[in-house]
Ligand binder design. Structure first.
Ligand SMILES: [Ca+2]
Length: 490
């Protein structure tokens, strides 16, 4: 079998060699064959984007109430990053940022996408513009097989049923959940007494084919589909870029009750931990799949992080302030693991980088470099290439500031007696938060005070002034829809 396979693979090459010796005008064939050989060497990328997992929820990041051994093992062979940020504290804009390598404000997706009326009320569009540059398009154009498996939430949800298919954003294949167009897995529920139900049933209107599956196992459903896709890409000798973006660990929490001897009365946090542990187990199967295949193990990069901070009462972010929806560290810091032992110096494997900061928009230019794909010179990007840091070859942060704007529907929170700040900016050791007009500045030295407990704005008036200018100027440059624009038209 093996001999046959080898013979088949090398026969065209051999023929080509013989022909090219005697026949110089066949150079066209020769170069196209070189391209195929070259593309076979390109590395694979798997991007795992968890939903609503807190910065300290993995046991490898300090959780002592739940165990995530499979993800911890991945971290022990790769690099963990303590100061990685997402570019929004909530689903849809965070997903837009990692997908496009640009600030989500550029696309008027500033909070979670909901029904048409609520999107319009918040000055938001109903889906990501298909003209937006995406990493998937770049890689697909360069010969990569590209697949999205899991939650999308960048268009196609509630009554927005005419959004573009996921495949219009650069993906060859997709399988999503109740917040995206195209084939989907929809969640069945089973309570402690074995009573089976359905949630997000209305998502059937977004088109199918759809398969109903236990929510506690649905991550495996996405992983299995991704595995089929990766198998196929291997057969076709194409490198792949695969997103695995589970529903986990977002509420409502439907863990496998019987496995954990739980009932609903055990409370949100206990249910959350069971969902987290069940997810870890399911990802173990994916990691084994990659690690047990030499070709994949030596030529695949896995990037693992969460789209935003935890839901209050479920996950946690250590001592960081705030939750999902907030521009304080708890809302926007995510535990990042990068795995790819073959690409990392041996002494970097299993280490923890707690000194360098960068964000999700920086992943796209880093993966450009990693995969060596050519991208249009004028492609819009807000990211910086931080590949050497990701691979543990150097220790460098992003060089320009990172900016954030809060979701329009997150001005107040019951835990904060004052309205929440509108804008935030990280520059070096410092973080500034302020309102749209630059008012109510808060300045923190995140190295000395990661909890953002000691506002030092009054001690550094010049720094406050220059940072306020930068963040307000950044925000003013972002396009903004008039609120209620669509509603007025109706
Ligand atoms: Ca989320």
């Amino acid at each position: 079998m093996n001999l046959n396979k080898h013979t088949k693979r090398f026969l065209p090459l051999l023929l080509l060699l013989i022909i090219s010796f005697g026949c110089k005008e066949k150079t066209e064939n020769s170069s196209s064959n070189d391209e195929i050989t070259e593309s076979k060497k390109k590395p694979n990328v798997i991007m795992i984007f968890i939903d609503d997992m807190g910065w300290s929820d993995l046991s490898g990041f300090g959780n002592t109430d739940a165990e995530t051994p499979h993800i911890d093992q991945l971290a022990s062979e790769g690099i963990s990053f303590d100061q990685f940020y997402v570019n929004a504290p909530i689903c849809s804009p965070s997903r837009v940022a990692i997908t496009t390598g640009t600030y989500p404000q550029r696309w008027n997706i500033t909070s979670f996408l909901n029904n048409r009326k609520h999107n319009a009320k918040r000055g938001m569009v109903n889906w990501l513009d298909t003209s937006a540059p995406t990493l998937a398009k770049d890689l697909n154009n360069a010969g990569y097989a590209t697949g999205h498996f899991g939650k999308w939430h960048m268009g196609g949800q509630r009554n927005v049923d005419e959004a573009p298919e996921i495949t219009e954003y650069g993906f060859d294949k997709s399988l999503t959940n109740f917040e995206g167009m195209g084939p989907k897995l929809l969640p069945l529920t089973k309570d402690a007494k074995g009573k089976v139900g359905r949630i997000w049933e209305g998502a059937e209107r977004l088109g199918g084919p759809y398969t109903w599956m236990q929510r506690s196992e649905i991550t495996s459903g996405f992983i299995d589909a991704a595995r089929d896709f990766m198998d196929q890409s291997k057969k076709e000798e194409k490198p792949f870029y695969v997103n695995i973006w589970p529903d986990d660990v977002h509420s409502p929490f439907w863990p496998p009750f019987e496995d954990y001897d739980l009932t609903k009365e055990d409370g949100k946090r206990a249910l959350y931990f069971a969902v987290l542990e069940a997810m870890d187990k399911q990802f173990g199967e994916l990691f084994d799949y990659v690690k047990n295949d030499k070709e994949l193990r030596d030529n695949t990069l896995i990037v693992f992080c969460s789209d935003n901070g935890p839901e209050q009462g479920a996950g946690r972010s250590g001592n960081l302030k705030g939750y999902k929806g907030h521009l304080y560290e708890g809302g926007i810091r995510s535990s990042l693991i990068v795995w790819g032992p073959k690409f990392m110096p041996e002494d970097a494997q299993g280490t923890r980088n707690n000194q360098n900061y960068f964000s999700a928009i920086d992943l796209k230019p880093s993966i450009w470099e990693f995969t060596g794909v050519d991208t249009p010179e004028d492609e819009l990007t807000d990211g910086e290439n931080i590949l050497p840091t990701l691979l543990g070859k150097t220790a460098k942060s992003r060089q320009t500031p990172i900016f954030w704007a809060r979701p329009p529907d997150r001005k107040n929170h019951k835990d904060f007696d004052k309205p929440l700040p509108d804008l935030a900016m990280r520059d070096g050791d410092f973080k500034l938060l302020c309102d749209f007009d630059g008012g109510r500045p808060e300045l923190y030295n995140l190295i000395k005070d990661p909890e953002e407990s000691n506002n030092i704005a009054q001690q550094f008036p010049d720094k406050v002034k220059s940072m306020t200018k930068k963040v307000t100027e950044w925000y003013d440059k972002m396009p903004q829809l008039d609120e209620d624009e669509e509603e007025k038209e109706e």
